[in-house]
Design a protein around this ligand. Structure first.
Ligand code: AMP
Ligand code: MG
Length: 347
């Protein structure tokens, strides 16, 4: 566990509390005092779970290899699975990587926001962050609390999602605490994540053939239309076990409850098995049974994406024997939702 004495903040009385007998992390609201405390924790090599608009991240000083090593230990993440560096501005990103015209254009169009760019890395980025690769993944989050935290520190934050490796990503501070609280000291509570799915990842190092490595909270259509480009979809290059692209492992984003994907529509009252949780896109007609979990009353794919992980966390807590999830339309956020469901369903 991270030593508070290193941060020179022993005088601050922080009470860690117990949850089912397990020591949990302290949840801090984003007051000026708390943000200062957390900046000091990060400067001194500590880990802090932080809110972003996509999911909660487990952050450490990206220039501090030892601190970054603690991220892998806390998550049980293989060290060949590189981390995304989070920065406050394009200027900071340019100081730890090199941009070509297309990457700069994408950053100008979509930062701050849920887009991660793969770029050639500067020497200042430790190997542990990139798993020894010559490229680094960089993102500039738009969450106002994250921006406040990072705008007054002079190093990037390496931060994967704040969940045990391969489990569902957290979209609230409580999700972080319940699943990772015993391994970290602090969680900065910025409320529920607005988008609720991980960032979209693009490798535009070859300007003539930009690659979409992961579907995420910014849709392929929006990137292509706004930037006037065509992306080559490499997102289904799924691999067994750890890979160079963390989110590309075949089994990932998985609830503890076994999940099966159903291409056929699931209609009430066909959904009869009370031990099964049914995960649907839209609210079915009439009164719903309690094992029916729908993600958007109006059928908005963006709203469905924002609620997906929270629904899976809830189903896990309720102890159903299995989940049958509906396949979503392959458009907008539907692509990213299907990607997560397919990986959750992988054996
Ligand atoms: P997460 O652990 O949820 O933050 O996801 C991290 C994501 O970063 C993965 O999905 C990877 O695809 C991606 N990533 C990080 N570094 C690299 C890199 N150097 N090259 C390609 N993908 C990367
Ligand atoms: Mg993750």
């Amino acid at each position: 566990m991270y030593d508070l004495r290193l941060a020179g903040i022993l005088s601050t009385q922080i009470t860690r509390y117990k949850f089912s007998g397990i020591c949990m992390a302290s949840l801090l609201n984003p007051t000026d005092e708390n943000l200062n405390l957390l900046r000091n924790v990060l400067k001194s090599g500590g880990l802090v779970a932080v809110p972003t608009e996509t999911v909660y991240g487990l952050a450490a000083n990206a220039f501090d290899a030892e601190a970054c090593a603690r991220i892998f230990t806390a998550k049980g993440r293989p060290t060949n699975d590189p981390l995304i560096c989070h920065i406050a501005s394009l200027e900071v990103a340019e100081s730890i990587s090199s941009f070509n015209e297309l990457s700069r254009k994408l950053a100008r169009l979509f930062w701050p926001g849920p887009l991660t760019l793969i770029l050639p890395k500067a020497k200042t980025v430790p190997d542990i962050v990139t798993a020894g690769l010559e490229s680094v993944a960089i993102r500039c989050p738009m969450h106002s609390v994250f921006q406040q935290l990072i705008s007054e520190i002079d190093f990037p934050l390496a931060a994967p999602s704040a969940n045990p490796f391969a489990y569902i990503s957290p979209t609230t501070a409580t999700h972080v605490n319940e699943n990772l609280g015993e391994h970290i000291d602090y969680i900065l509570d910025g409320g529920p994540c607005e988008l609720g799915l991980e960032s979209t990842i693009i490798d535009a190092r070859d300007e003539s053939s930009p690659l979409l490595l992961r579907h995420g909270a910014l849709s392929q259509e929006e990137i292509e239309t706004t930037a006037g480009i065509r992306l080559i979809d490499k997102s289904s290059n799924i691999t067994q076990g750890p890979s160079v692209a963390p989110g590309s492992a075949l089994k990932h984003y998985s609830p503890k409850t076994g999940l099966t994907l159903s291409a056929a529509p699931i209609e009430e009252p066909a959904a009869v098995n009370p031990d099964t949780a049914y995960l649907l896109w839209k609210k079915p007609e009439g009164k719903n049974a309690e094992n029916i979990f729908w993600l958007s009353a109006s059928g908005s794919l963006t709203e469905a994406a924002s609620r997906l992980y929270a629904a899976l966390h809830e189903i896990d807590q309720l102890g159903y024997q299995q989940i049958i999830a509906q396949t979503f339309p392959e458009q907008g956020m539907g692509n990213a939702i299907n990607d997560r469901l397919r990986r959750a369903a992988a054996k």
